[in-house]
Every structure is written in structure tokens, then in C-alpha cells.
Design a protein around this ligand. Structure first.
Ligand code: NDP
Length: 339
């Protein structure tokens, strides 16, 4: 059983060498005796997610456990059940949820593991649009932002796993949507594939406040926050009265020893803003409702989803750290096996 193991806790930007590919004893395709309340799965697709960086460090007050050096990383994936001691999972079932960065995993007990019901869509979608990233876009936009038709919406890291969906949801609702991303290729995708009204490369802007002013002369009603730091600062001064900010993530901060201080917070008061953080793990009860909405939209071609595939477990560390330099175009997936 090949595994990607964390070598040691990480400081600063993660490197490929922070993770090691190890081979452990050959896997027995039966759950061992005494391993009740568990499933044994073969992992097919692994999801690369920015929050995994936070689990590579011991973080005070975190909502997750840090990874254990010497053990495989944990993350989301799509898997096939090989053996099960639980009545709700049986051999041959396809599932998505939390698993290990390895070829086979014993999940005991499965806390976040969903049986896949719709198999007439790409299976890899369950690492993205039909999995955790999709739920994040859905809950973050519809529940946290409380959007209304015609509102002005700004999305950062807009070409990523979550952002591309937030923009499309906002367009479907009839909002004006602008996204920021870090390359020309991504900016083109935002405008020409996902249907954002406007998009810009934040790396080419000397003055982010002025850039936002250019696209939102009347201000921003809703900011879907994925990056934090300087972008948040610039957004605060461009928000409209009673604007809402969904604090989904702040990727620009995850590799810093000390977070950037954000100025302009006084606008929270003067513009009567509401900013709310959320963690998607608290909202999986809404998954069936989300599927009801999203499956028809996918089938009718009203929503598209771009994925970036890396082949092979040995290439998973590079794929994961690529999130922090913007190497991924769309949802970063690692393919271990297709069935
Ligand atoms: P993405 O697919 O968007 O990948 C990350 C992207 O972030 C990169 O491609 C890069 O794009 C951008 N980026 C990296 N470093 C920086 C930086 N320093 N400044 C600005 N942009 C940067 O990831 P996801 O869509 O999976 O995640 C987006 C955000 O949502 C993250 O902050 C993540 O932590 C958060 N999240 C939160 C969840 C929750 O429960 N609250 C659940 C899932 C995700 P570019 O080329 O544009 O720079």
C-alpha cells in the first residue's frame, strides 16, 4: 500500500520534500479482525485542498486535528468500498468523503463519507462540484451571502475549485459578477467560460483598491472571500452600505508565521457590513438539497466545471503545493485509479 506521509510539521511554504512516498506491507483486501465500525476502501481520486496546509502545522484554536508526522495525510477523495462492517456501506459502493492519501484506507469510523448515488456524471466531480468544494460554494453563497438578483458580487481566487462555482451561481441568480485570479489564462476562463461579467489579474494591479473601483464604481454588495490580506483590505474600502462578506478562506495567510494585519476594518462599522466565517463540515445536512439543485444544472449544461488532473500518487505532493502558487487551473484532482 503506497502512502504519502507527512515528514514533519511545516513552516512557511510547504515543499514536496515535506511529504514522502512510502510503501507499507501489502494490503489485505479484508478488514482485520476486531476492526468493527469500519470500511476498507480503494482510493480512486484524491482532492487537493488549501486547508490541508493548516493541518501540516499545530495551530492553536483550529477546528481540525493536525496531521501526525510519519502517518499518511488525510483529505477528501472518491473511493470504492472493498470491505465493510457497516450496514450502510457494502462492497462495490462508490463513496466520497474523508480518506487517506494512500492506495487503500481503513476508515474507522467513517465520519464524513457519502454513498454516491448519481453515477451518470464524471466520478471525479465528487472531489469538487459534487463534493466539498461544491457544498462550500453553495452554502457560502446562498446561505451566508444572502444574495439578491441584481446585486454586485466580487469573488477572489475565482478560477479555483470553489470560486468558479460561486461566480456561476451568482450569474444564474442575475447578479453582476467580477472575479480575480492570478494568470491571463484564468482571467480568460472567468470571462469566456464561466460567464463572469468582468475579471482581472490581481498580480498585475499595483493598486487593488483602484482596480476594484474600476469594476465596481457603485461599490460591492457581496464579497466571497477566498484569499484575505491585501485583497480584503481593498475590498473593505469598496463595499456598499449593508454589504455582506462570506469569509470562506484566506489562502494568502496559510503559509505566514504571522498573519498580515488588515487595515480598513473601520469600514465594517461605517458601512454597516456583515462578515461571517463558515466551515463547510457544519453544513453537510444540506447535501441532499444541494444535489437536487446541482445535478439538473450539470445535466442541462447550465453549470460547467473545470478540473486539473495530476496522475499518480507520487505526484500528489507537487499537486498539493501547486495550490499555493496558483499552478492549478480549476479543481486540483490526483488520479490514483479510475475504478
Ligand atoms: P483553489 O482551487 O482556488 O486553489 C487555490 C488558489 O488560490 C490558487 O489556484 C491561486 O489562484 C490562489 N492563491 C494561492 N495563493 C494565493 C495568494 N497568496 N493570494 C491570492 N490568491 C492565492 O482552492 P479552493 O477553491 O479549494 O479554495 C478556495 C478558498 O476556499 C481557500 O481559501 C480555501 O481554504 C477555502 N475553503 C474553505 C472552506 C470552508 O469550509 N470554509 C472549504 C473549502 C475551501 P490564483 O492563480 O488566482 O492566484
Amino acid at each position: 500500500n503506497r502512502q504519502i506521509v507527512l515528514k514533519n510539521y511545516v513552516n512557511g511554504f510547504p515543499k514536496e520534500s515535506d511529504m514522502i512516498l512510502e510503501s507499507s506491507a501489502t494490503i489485505n483486501l479484508k478488514l482485520p479482525e476486531g476492526c468493527d465500525n469500519a470500511v476498507l476502501v480503494k482510493n480512486l481520486y484524491l482532492s487537493c485542498d488549501p486547508y490541508m496546509r493548516m493541518r501540516m502545522t499545530v495551530t492553536e484554536g483550529a477546528y481540525f486535528e493536525p496531521f501526525t508526522p510519519g502517518l499518511p495525510l488525510q483529505g477528501y477523495g472518491v473511493s470504492k468500498v472493498v470491505d465493510s462492517r457497516l450496514s450502510n456501506f457494502k462492497k462495490g459502493d462508490l463513496v466520497w468523503g474523508e480518506t487517506g492519501w494512500e492506495e487503500y484506507s481503513i476508515i474507522s469510523p467513517p465520519k464524513t463519507l457519502f454513498k454516491i448515488q448519481h453515477t451518470d456524471v464524471p466520478l471525479s466531480y465528487y472531489t469538487g462540484i459534487l463534493g466539498m468544494a461544491g457544498m462550500t460554494a453553495y452554502v457560502g453563497f446562498y446561505e451566508i451571502c444572502a444574495p439578491k438578483k441584481g446585486e454586485y458580487v466580487f469573488v477572489s481566487a475565482a478560477a479555483g475549485a470553489v470560486g468558479q462555482l460561486v461566480g456561476q451561481f451568482a450569474k444564474l441568480l442575475g447578479c453582476y459578477v467580477v472575479g480575480s485570479a492570478g494568470t491571463k489564462e484564468k482571467v480568460d476562463l472567468l470571462k469566456n467560460k464561466y460567464g463572469f461579467d468582468e475579471a482581472f489579474n490581481y498580480k498585475e494591479e499595483k493598486d487593488l483598491t483602484a482596480a476594484l473601483k474600476r469594476y465596481f464604481p457603485d461599490g460591492i454588495d457581496i464579497y466571497f472571500e477566498n484569499v484575505g490580506g491585501k485583497m480584503l483590505e481593498a475590498v473593505l474600502s469598496n463595499m456598499r452600505l449593508y454589504g455582506r462578506i462570506a469569509a470562506c478562506g484566506m489562502i494568502s495567510q496559510y503559509n505566514l508565521e504571522q498573519g498580515d494585519g488588515v487595515s480598513n476594518l473601520v469600514f465594517m462599522v461605517t458601512k454597516r457590513l456583515r462578515m461571517q466565517g463558515f466551515i463547510i463540515g457544519d453544513h453537510y445536512d444540506m447535501y441532499p438539497k444541494y444535489l437536487e439543485m446541482i445535478i439538473p444544472l450539470i445535466k442541462q449544461g447550465k453549470i460547467c466545471y473545470v478540473e486539473d488532473f495530476e496522475e499518480g500518487l507520487e505526484n500528489a505532493p507537487a499537486a498539493l503545493i501547486g495550490l499555493f502558487s496558483g499552478k492549478n487551473v480549476g479543481k486540483q484532482v490526483v488520479v490514483l485509479a479510475r475504478e
